[in-house]
Design a protein around this ligand. Sequence first.
Ligand SMILES: CC(C)(COP(=O)(O)OP(=O)(O)OC[C@H]1O[C@@H](n2cnc3c(N)ncnc32)[C@H](O)[C@@H]1OP(=O)(O)O)[C@@H](O)C(=O)NCCC(=O)NCCS
Length: 229
Amino acid sequence: MAVDVELEALLRPRQYPMPPYPPKVITLANGKKMVVRQAVREDVPAILKSVHPCMFIQRDFYNIVSARLYGELLAWYYYRAKSPYCLVGQVDGYLVGIVNGRMENEKVGMSYHTLAIDRGLRIGSHLFAAKMEYHIEYLGQEEVLIVAESPIGHRRWMIEYPLEPTTIPHELGGGDSWRLTRELYFAAKPRLVVGDRPVPQDLMDKAEEAILFADDDTIRERIAGLKGR
Ligand SMILES: CC(C)(COP(=O)(O)OP(=O)(O)OC[C@H]1O[C@@H](n2cnc3c(N)ncnc32)[C@H](O)[C@@H]1OP(=O)(O)O)[C@@H](O)C(=O)NCCC(=O)NCCS
């Protein structure tokens, strides 16, 4: 694609400096080790392969969340998103979950989506906790604005943390935002934010070698909770 450099400079939104998210490893309920690490822009095509089949799964609102996530990742890939980030969960290199969001400004974080590709292991819960950890502890933000599209999401974030309701619109255009403050984060941290650092080198090497994609059928079965344990 030919790039008009001057026009691109107008189209590309502002990027705040963002310190990296230090990777961690979480031992899942099935004993497997999930590496949680920050994706880079060049990872987007590999991540999209796993998001794509989820766009056609109606169960538990996977379709709407995946379609939106797909667009957000493309926006990042083509420099059309302001200060975005994406964290991935990998088991033996395979992508098992994705979270993303962005900085609205230095103090306010905007949470986008959480997608668990393997079910029943709290992978989504662990990854959502990692993104809150990133906003509050590494980006040093005061608050994160969050909405839920699914009843499971509502239970996991609004009820489990718990988050506080606000009347602030959320950029995803749904219900008003719920807010995670620093105080709420640190109160929830002992219960919900888990993982060990540093990640052993062999696990890190495997995760960084490639973001593996099972195949469409395996992903559909995993989301139905039939495989992957
Ligand atoms: C919301 C989400 C990220 C939560 O992920 P998670 O923490 O890994 O949780 P799971 O989806 O695996 O499980 C949710 C519940 O259903 C249960 N469950 C999941 N699959 C199951 C299955 N096949 N059989 C029985 N129970 C199952 C889990 O045990 C869990 O119950 P609990 O809340 O009592 O612990 C995930 O459900 C998801 O990606 N949903 C689609 C997208 C979405 O809604 N994202 C959030 C938008 S706000």
